[in-house]
Design a protein around this ligand. Structure first.
Ligand SMILES: Cc1ncc(COP(=O)(O)O)c(C=O)c1O
Length: 420
């Protein structure tokens, strides 16, 4: 991702800025306690618009994977920029509907959808229910029959493609629980065609996350194109092809190609296969929001031990799970001045050794730090583990705060535990 696509910068006095305004100023305006996620809605809007432009006149649907960040302010921003959503639960569907996204612009994936989620997807008339197994197909047909309404189904296929990524975010290989194995695809189409309650509308895949280049994306999308061609050649119905998400972002050590390059590769591939009549769907999550959110934490104290110099901050793995979950790296910098050369091992207050954000050159003991590129898979994975409050969220536009969602506070957790 190019530097122009991230909205984090430093002003001439070395203060960290987001969308052109000092983060310290935004936090003052917001009046929320740290740890706090601060988002740049303009950056998110720009990322969506640029991606849209990369499709040119090609008929397409950008189905934002809202699992990355389902905040209402973000969904409404993306809705206005013309995106739909990719859902993985009925809870997400309720939020997306509440944010004014049209059901005809929603697809739902998930290996084991609940009956009520299938019912809701059918009743709302979603663009597609993406089926992940023959077993699930039978369940969907049963739900459609009992509702007396046809279900629009897409087949999420498992293309059998290995990607170079953390094993927890690779989903398209033979041993993954996701998708219909290629060997079962013909049987799946036969069962759809034989059922009066199912309509075949699409073929999809999602091969995994954090792809640095479109190579593996094109490989898995090629499998989708081959299946789509066979399906159309046999006279079967199909409205869309969905190549999934997974466009990588620049977390620091390794840059990724821009999302627009993935889109262009998708358009070129579809044309090469003569499939321009089908709608082209993509499901990016991380790349639309990741670089446009920052987690600001206060420093509680340093600690010198024989082996290490620690920096103990008020954000923990309960606020940002990615480092503990995937061994992920996020750049951490002082908020108020330029980073120096003195190194600190940055850790949170949680009683787990994995509550560790790695070593960072921060200079002299800072008062506050910013954990960069935390707009995706940040707040959505936050928990109250160790009796902690969920973090605050701050939404900015034109360099000013437009909305806040303050932390509910520890007492909220205390009350619910006592009632349990
Ligand atoms: C089905 C599906 N689509 C899209 C995505 C979005 O992936 P990313 O955030 O890497 O773009 C995911 C996330 O893993 C997913 O499970």
């Amino acid at each position: 991702m190019s530097a122009a696509m991230t909205t984090f910068a430093r002003d001439q006095d070395g203060h960290a800025t987001l969308g052109g305004t000092r983060l310290s100023t935004l936090l003052e305006q917001a009046h929320v306690p740290t740890p706090a996620y601060v988002y740049d809605l303009d950056g998110i809007e720009r990322a969506a618009s640029q991606l849209k432009q990369a499709f040119g006149s090609r008929r397409h649907l950008i189905a934002y994977a809202m699992k990355a960040n389902g905040a209402g302010s973000i969904l409404r921003t993306l809705r206005d920029a013309g995106t739909g959503v990719c859902l993985v639960s009925g809870g997400e569907m309720k939020v997306a509907l509440g944010a004014g996204i049209l059901p005809g612009r929603m697809v739902i994936s998930g290996v084991a959808k609940a009956d009520w989620e299938i019912d809701m997807a059918i009743s709302q008339g979603l663009y597609a229910i993406q089926v992940e197994s023959l077993e699930e197909l039978a369940r969907i047909a049963g739900r459609a029959r009992s509702l007396g309404r046809q279900a629009r189904v897409g087949l999420r296929i498992n293309p059998g493609v290995e990607i170079e990524s953390h094993s927890h975010i690779a989903t398209g290989h033979d041993a993954a629980k996701f998708g219909i194995p290629r060997a079962d695809v013909s049987a799946a189409f036969e069962r759809i065609d034989a059922s009066e309650w199912l309509v075949s509308v699409g073929v999809s895949t999602h091969v995994g996350s954090m792809l640095p280049t479109p190579k593996a994306y094109v490989e898995s999308a090629t499998a989708v194109c081959e299946i789509a061609r066979q399906r159309l050649a046999s006279g079967g119905t199909l409205e869309y092809m969905n190549f999934g998400g997974g466009f990588g972002i620049d977390y620091g050590p390794q840059a990724a190609d821009a999302p627009t390059e993935f889109a262009q590769a998708a358009v070129t591939l579809a044309a090469k296969h003569g499939l321009d009549e089908l709608e082209l769907v993509v499901e990016p999550g991380r790349s639309l929001v990741g670089p446009y959110g920052m987690l600001v934490a206060s420093v509680r104290q340093g600690k010198e031990s024989p082996a290490r110099r620690w920096l103990m901050i008020d954000a923990g793995m309960n606020d940002l799970l990615r480092p503990a979950l995937y061994g992920a790296f996020h750049r951490i910098e002082p908020l108020e001045r330029l980073p120096g050369t003195k190194e600190w091992r940055v850790v949170g207050p949680i009683c787990e050794s994995s509550d560790d954000f790695g070593t960072h050159a921060l200079g002299e003991l800072p008062e506050r730090v910013v954990v960069r590129d935390t707009g995706a898979y940040g707040f959505v994975m936050a928990s109250e583990y160790n009796g902690r409050a969920l973090p605050s969220e701050v939404f900015t536009k034109n360099g000013t705060v437009v909305h806040t969602s303050p932390s509910p506070g520890v007492d909220f957790w205390v009350e619910r535990r006592l009632q349990a």
